[in-house]
Design a protein around this ligand. Structure first.
Ligand code: PEP
Ligand code: MN
Length: 347
């Protein structure tokens, strides 16, 4: 339920509401970014609970949230959520951003070449996988913590925030230490313990949609993070499994537009994993921006033919530059110009 307080309510009255929620076996969470003081009452909410809270002094209105997802819903939080990152980068403020870099961090030279290339193309956030979820245990699994350290160093020298995936609780601490955004990958969308712990870290999190996750399941997964009092959450549509095998996945642009409607959370599109083919990444990036995405996650490798993972869907830095130029022109044409990239700290 959503509890809207009177305009002139007192701090004691708000405290009393919080306390009563606990007495009813529920939890209360202040909803940020609304003009009125609003509290979300969470748990197994019954009609009698709503009646009880309605009668407390200082309470103006109690509204039932019809959707099973509560904190991620626009019913609870009408205004768009904006994520604040280092170097003044913001996600979700109406100005899309590029997250770009290699699928996997392979060597220092490869990482530097990819990251310098995407910075030159106007990227805002650097990506690079250190813990890789591979279908085969015999494929390259990522460099682990040494890879994360390299990414953190490159981010620092180029003056850009960095994002990397954690596969399990094992990876949580180093990812908290060396990244600015914790990426929860498609295969972990319903690893509820990992979601809760990532939420508790208080760091910004990006939650990718599962390979077979419905939109409702995805938003319920988001609740696990938000309910830990961590509102710094980004969603990422990365394609889903369908009957179609001509592309690696089916990038669900319905989901981008629909989730922007249902939720206040920023939505990033990942046409690299969404298509699996480098020559489809640019057209589907443009389509994603047109559909309302708050940004793009793009895999870039200095030498895609020799990539240790996802070479077929990786762009060269030059191709990324071309994509970025066209996406920027499209954004400007539809009133959602891309954000300014962070200022260079390293020539
Ligand atoms: C990735 O971003 O490299 C990745 C493994 O993505 P996903 O979880 O979407 O497959
Ligand atoms: Mn990849």
């Amino acid at each position: 339920m959503i509890i809207v307080m009177d305009l002139d309510h007192t701090a004691e009255q708000e405290q009393r509401v919080m306390q009563r929620l606990v007495e009813l076996g529920l939890t209360g969470q202040k909803v940020q970014g609304t003009e009125r003081a609003v509290i979300a009452g969470l748990g197994q909410v019954l009609q009698e609970h709503r009646d009880d809270i309605s009668s407390l002094p200082g309470v103006n209105e109690v509204i039932r949230v019809s959707k099973p997802y509560k904190l991620s819903s626009r019913e609870t939080h009408p205004a768009d959520t904006v994520i604040d990152l280092p170097y003044g980068v913001k996600v979700g403020n109406g100005h899309p951003v590029f997250m770009a870099g290699p699928c996997a961090i392979e060597t220092e030279d490869q990482l530097w070449a990819a990251c310098k290339g995407v910075k030159a193309g106007g990227a805002h956030i650097l990506r690079g996988g250190a813990f890789k979820p591979r279908t085969s245990p015999y494929s390259f699994q990522g460099l682990g913590v040494p890879g994360l350290k390299m990414l953190a160093q490159v981010g620092k020298e180029l003056g850009m925030p960095v994002i990397s995936e954690l596969l399990s609780l094992r990876d949580l601490e180093p990812c908290i230490e060396y990244t600015d955004i914790l990426q929860i990958g498609a295969r972990s969308m319903q690893n509820f313990v990992l979601l809760e712990e990532a939420g508790k870290s208080g760091k910004p999190v990006m939650l990718k949609r599962g390979l077979a996750g419905t939109i409702e399941e995805w938003l319920m997964a988001a609740e696990y993070i938000l309910s830990q009092n961590n509102g710094q959450l980004i969603l990422c549509e990365r394609g889903i499994r369908t009957f179609e095998t001509a592309t690696r996945n089916t990038l669900d642009l319905n989901a981008v537009a629909l989730v922007k409607h249902l939720s206040h959370l920023p939505v990033i599109a990942d046409p690299s994993h969404g298509t699996g083919k480098w020559y489809l990444v640019k057209p589907m990036s443009l389509a994603s921006i047109a559909a309302g995405a708050d940004g793009l996650m793009i895999e870039v490798h200095p030498n895609p033919d020799h990539a240790l993972s996802d070479g077929a869907q990786s762009l060269t830095p030059a191709n990324f530059g071309e994509l970025a130029k066209e996406a920027r022109a499209l954004g400007a044409a539809i009133g959602r110009s891309f954000a300014e990239p962070p200022a260079a700290v390293h020539a």
